[in-house]
Design a protein around this ligand. Structure first.
Ligand SMILES: [Zn+2]
Length: 104
């Protein structure tokens, strides 16, 4: 990986390593231990080498820790899910999502 002047690592000479964009797109999966072990290890390697992503990881981890210390979250209004589904039906997506499975 190479850290560019933009502060972002891109995949070039190290194929298989996640880029900043890829690792941040899966940040919550990483924090929730929901990544497969090999991907979690590559993400951890990225965080070790990339100060901007490591900073974001620390912030998000602290945020989640603080949220969890507040206790269980209240249950949503039972009518919320049907309202969201109705909105999604009324406003279908106009293109493909930019979120794809990881390339790493
Ligand atoms: Zn990064």
């Amino acid at each position: 990986m190479t850290l560019h002047s933009t502060g972002e690592y891109t995949r070039d000479e190290a194929p298989g390593w996640p880029t900043c964009h890829e690792v941040l797109a899966r940040l919550y999966d990483y924090l929730d231990d929901e990544l497969p072990a090999d991907r979690a290890a590559r993400a951890a390697g990225h965080f070790d080498l990339c100060p901007p992503c490591a900073s974001r990881l620390r912030f998000e981890r602290a945020f989640l820790d603080r949220l969890r210390r507040r206790g269980p979250l209240p249950h949503p209004d039972p009518g919320l899910a049907p309202r969201i589904r109705a909105l999604l039906r009324a406003h279908p997506a106009r293109g493909q999502s930019t979120i794809r499975g990881p390339a790493w």
